[in-house]
Design a protein around this ligand. Structure first.
Ligand code: XIL
Length: 374
């Protein structure tokens, strides 16, 4: 009887303790010396309007990305009309909290106004005119945050799934060298900033090969590219640890830094036949695609934790080559995966729940960190 009581009291004493100590360990501390850990922020978080989430960001992360506020349509909505009000607040938040600050993104086919590619009659502009617009945009945006934004996603999503170059308005009007030009303009505007090529699904072989070729060619031409961003919009089964390993290794062999820039894990039924993160995609709502509107079942919660442990296990094998892992969002409440590619779903892709509390996946990520020698 006395023994049972003793065992019980030890268990009771230990359980909250282990939980409490895991809670005290933060993501950034757990991976200190391996890679930076970050999140993409929305204005409520970096302005401090959402005090709870702002506090969570300061505690857990040492690098931040702007979810939308540095995209062309936000900072440069009309010709000659720049609006840096939100971007300035984002950068101030990062500086005040001594974070590694990311700029996202300069040259992309999405969230870029149509006027960028058109003349005043609505006809496509010439190559020279578009290059001039690109240079002006990059020099104003990168130049404004020179020495404060540490790394830029210079070109976002330039590839098709088969590894060929996407026929974006940039490529159509300028030609294949638009990528090289974007990097050179960014380097001109801030020679000290890290400059990245960023894309999704590079874990798939065909697309990865295209990206490897692209980076190889850029390096051969002396284009100032410092890293590759693997977005990391994943699901519960894809990609495999082997795909991740091969991807990180192959970019590493080219001598560029590798970073996971937009990590989230979709737990809902697939709404598209193949993996994609193409933001223009819309799939009609269907209750079958939204099975957990009132909470994530315990079993799926556990599977998500295991999935996250495996992912971080795979990344932690490459400490130093992988320099950063950034989540695309802070809590499940504001994740873009609630509204893309199907509007109004209840998704659970991140480490913190809708009340900003750590999920089992959070503890799994902490436990997957390389053990530090005492
Ligand atoms: C998403 C944002 O999260 C949404 O708020 C916005 O409506 C659309 O864009 N790849 C990227 C990111 O590079 O910029 C996208 O962010 C997600 C996919």
């Amino acid at each position: 009887m006395r023994w049972t009581a003793l065992v019980l009291s030890v268990l009771i004493a230990l359980f909250p303790l282990s939980h409490a100590s895991a809670q005290q360990t933060t993501l950034k501390d757990a991976y200190q010396g391996c890679f930076l850990v970050g999140a993409a922020l929305n204005p409520a978080q970096f302005s401090g309007a959402d005090t709870q989430e702002a506090a969570l960001v300061k505690t857990q992360f040492n690098t931040i990305s702007p979810e939308n506020v540095l995209k062309w349509e936000v900072v440069h909505p009309r010709p000659g009309d720049y609006d840096f009000s939100l971007a300035d607040k984002y950068v101030e938040f990062g500086q005040q909290n001594h974070m590694f600050i990311i700029g996202h993104t300069l040259v992309w086919h999405a969230q870029t106004p149509k006027w960028v590619f058109e003349d005043k009659d609505g006809k496509p502009v010439s190559r020279d005119a578009l290059l001039e617009r690109m240079r002006d945009h990059i020099s104003k945006v990168v130049g404004r945050y020179k020495g404060r934004i540490n790394g830029w996603d210079v070109v976002n999503e330039a590839l098709n799934e088969d590894g060929t170059l996407r026929q974006s308005p940039w490529r159509k009007i300028i030609g294949d060298d638009y990528i090289e030009k974007a990097f050179r303009f960014a380097h001109e505007a801030d020679p000290a900033a890290q400059l990245y090529y960023n894309d999704y699904s590079l874990e798939n072989e065909a697309k990865r090969k295209g990206a490897l070729e692209l980076v190889k060619q850029l390096l051969a031409k002396g284009v100032p590219i410092t890293g590759v961003g693997l977005q990391g919009h994943f699901d519960m089964n894809w990609p495999s640890s082997e795909q991740i390993d091969a991807t990180v290794n192959e970019f590493g062999k080219l001598g560029v830094k590798v970073m996971i820039t937009e990590l989230d894990v979709d737990v809902l039924p697939a709404a598209t036949p193949s993996q994609t993160a193409e933001v223009s995609l819309h799939v009609a709502s269907d209750p079958k695609l939204n099975p957990y509107p009132n909470g994530l079942p315990e079993a799926v919660q556990k599977e998500l934790a295991t999935r996250y442990a495996d992912l971080f296990g795979a990344y932690a094998k490459h400490c130093g080559l992988v320099t950063r892992v950034t989540f695309w969002g802070v809590t499940d409440k504001n994740s873009w995966k609630n509204n893309w590619p199907v509007r109004g779903r209840t998704n659970y892709p991140l480490l913190f729940n809708r009340k900003a509390q750590p999920k089992p996946a959070f503890y799994a990520v902490i436990s997957a960190a390389p053990k530090k020698s005492p």
